[in-house]
Design a protein around this ligand. Structure first.
Ligand SMILES: [Zn+2]
Length: 192
């Protein structure tokens, strides 16, 4: 599983300071009462947008590894929250998704770039739909509305920090919960 490593560091600072060495988990998310033998369990690498490490713990009682994801990183997707938000903003400002995909990923084929872009659009919509349902009923689940609600142009990053107690209920890329199934999502979305 993944949990939040609360940090104000940027990706560059995280790399320069090798901050994964400081990332610390003070209790097990499964056994907050302790006694499960929670211990450090090395690191794993993330390669995009730059190589860096993620601190990992292991809960022997739950047979689970726990990754400490710094606030700027997406969960379940390579790259940063700002990169994903930028891609979705570009898509909204472009005449078509094709135009945005070519602009964002000129080095790959249009088909791959579109898949890459649509995946990000969907992740953002899922995260914002759930967040709107939980925290701001009536708020439209798009970046524009959330920019106003959070008074920030870094919506996904701010959302990660603002709703930190609920991240296990929020789908990726902001939260650490499961993706919402398309059936549930469509029903949920239609009610908005
Ligand atoms: Zn545990």
């Amino acid at each position: 599983m993944q949990v939040r490593y609360s940090t104000k560091l940027s990706l560059q600072e995280y790399i320069e300071q090798e901050a994964w060495n400081q990332a610390y988990l003070d209790h097990c998310p499964f056994h907050p009462e302790g006694g499960c033998g929670l211990a450090r369990h090395g690191f794993y690498a993330r390669k995009l947008p730059e190589y860096c490490l993620i601190a990992r713990y292991y809960c022997p009682k739950g047979h689970t590894t726990i990754g400490l994801i710094p606030d700027f990183f997406c969960s379940r997707l390579p790259g940063t929250l700002d990169e994903v938000e930028h891609a979705v903003n570009v898509a909204q400002e472009s005449k078509s998704q094709e135009e945005a995909a070519e602009k964002l990923r000129p080095e790959i084929t249009l088909t791959s770039a579109l898949r890459w872009l649509r995946r990000r659009i969907r992740y953002v919509r899922e995260a914002l739909t759930t967040a709107a349902g939980l925290f701001t009923p009536g708020c439209h689940p798009d970046l524009k509305s959330f920019r106003q609600w959070l008074s920030s142009n870094r919506v996904l990053f701010r959302l990660r920090r603002s709703v930190s107690d609920f991240l296990q209920h929020l789908p990726p890329v902001v939260g650490f919960g499961p993706r919402i199934t398309s059936r549930y999502f469509n029903e949920f979305h239609l009610q908005q």
